[in-house]
Ligand binder design. Structure first.
Ligand code: IMP
Ligand code: MG
Length: 179
């Protein structure tokens, strides 16, 4: 397949697999205690987190439930608008639940900052963030990211769920995009 826009591979399949395993082990340890209550609720942020969430969840060894939110904070390509819109809200109430937000990538932090506030107001028992990638950018909103996969330079990346104008989400590795 022709992929003229794809640049360097930033993280290989093997590197991603190993990192996702580490994160899943930590999450399993941290939530094992609370297993008497209702299952940990993983909230996937669509669409970017769908592949990460699927791989991560299969390696977490505590009971889980799933819900999804769809958010729009970007236009079609690579520029942030700063405007966050909820396109799809959660199906169920999260009051009293242990919640783990699963996100593909944090750039400015605006999206998760908004979500964190919105979800905190609903009274969960706990609320943590798991992000596969965290970009080193200026003017970042400070977020309590408990589970971080990779800290990456400020380059636009695709693959493993991440898109550029909806393409390349199915690449099994993470790669940069040519200008
Ligand atoms: P933030 O609100 O600036 O933190 O942006 C977060 C969202 O922007 C992520 O959920 C992604 O959907 C998108 N995004 C940010 N950087 C990239 C990237 O390098 N590739 C693909 N999507 C990105
Ligand atoms: Mg996203």
């Amino acid at each position: 397949m022709e992929r003229p826009e794809i640049g360097e591979v930033v993280y290989t399949e093997e590197q991603i697999r190993s990192k996702v395993g580490d994160l899943a082990r930590r999450i399993t340890e941290d939530y094992r205690e609370g297993a008497e209550g209702s299952p940990l609720l993983l909230i996937g942020i669509l669409k970017g987190a769908f592949i990460f969430l699927a791989d991560l969840a299969r390696l977490i060894d505590v009971p889980l439930e799933f819900d999804f939110m769809a958010i729009s904070s970007y236009g079609s390509a690579t520029k942030t608008s700063g405007v966050v819109r909820i396109l799809k809200d959660l199906d169920k109430d999260i009051t009293g639940r242990h919640v783990l937000l699963v996100e593909d990538i944090i750039d400015t932090g605006l999206t998760l900052n908004y979500l964190l506030r919105s979800l905190t107001a609903r009274g969960p028992a706990s609320l943590e963030i798991c992000a596969l990638l965290n970009k080193q950018v200026a003017n970042k909103v400070e977020l309590p990211v408990k589970y971080e996969g990779f800290s990456i330079p400020d380059v636009f990346v695709v693959g493993y769920g991440l898109d550029c104008a909806e393409s390349y989400r199915n690449l099994p590795y993470i790669a940069s995009v040519k200008k």
